[in-house]
Design a protein around this ligand. Structure first.
Ligand SMILES: NC(=O)N[C@@H](O)C(=O)O
Ligand code: NI
Length: 167
């Protein structure tokens, strides 16, 4: 029997065990540049550990996945965080799992608000970047350097992740 879960709207509180939400619903903000700009400060910590570690800024041009998502694999980055900030105001699907002795526990699925991003904390199990309905570009901040920064886990039975409106 296929295991199904339904994504719910992303909130800072629900996502807190897995990382940080990137949006301007954030108390730590202040005017800069003579008041011509508002800085939403320190939304997430960037982690970059291990040999020759450095922080990378990249652009990912993502292709949408068919929904409901057939989730067969989650991954994690033991040496660094990974942040995805969409360059267009469309929701995308975020799936994370708690860790249980080095293996992912039951997934939790979220749909971002348009324009909202996420930063996965180091070692957080997550599905790969999952745009919904149309191609979407993202600014990505993650860890470069030597050593392997990728662990993958393949579920014995895939999860079926549906969007809220499909529930
Ligand atoms: N492979 C890669 O850089 N991206 C993944 O880590 C991902 O989370 O999408
Ligand atoms: Ni990743």
């Amino acid at each position: 029997m296929t295991r199904t879960l339904t994504a719910r709207p992303l909130t800072r509180e629900a996502f807190a065990p897995f990382g940080d939400v990137l949006d301007t619903d954030w108390p730590n903000h202040f005017a800069i540049n003579n008041g011509k700009c508002e800085r939403y400060h320190d939304l997430a910590a960037v982690e970059a550990e291990g040999p020759a570690a450095r922080v990378l800024i990249s652009i990912f041009k993502g292709t949408p996945y068919e929904m409901p998502l057939k989730l067969g694999m989650v991954e994690r980055h033991p040496l660094g965080s990974q942040a995805f900030m969409p360059l267009s105001p469309a929701p995308f699907l975020v799936v994370v799992c708690p860790d249980g002795n080095g293996e992912p526990g039951e997934p939790r699925a979220f749909v971002t608000a348009p324009g909202q991003g996420v930063s996965y904390r180091r070692k957080t199990w997550h599905a790969v970047l999952t745009p919904i309905g149309a191609p979407q570009d993202f600014l990505v901040v993650d860890r470069g350097g030597e050593g392997s920064n990728l662990e993958e886990f393949f579920f014995e039975k895939p999860w079926l992740v549906q969007l809220p409106e499909a529930a």
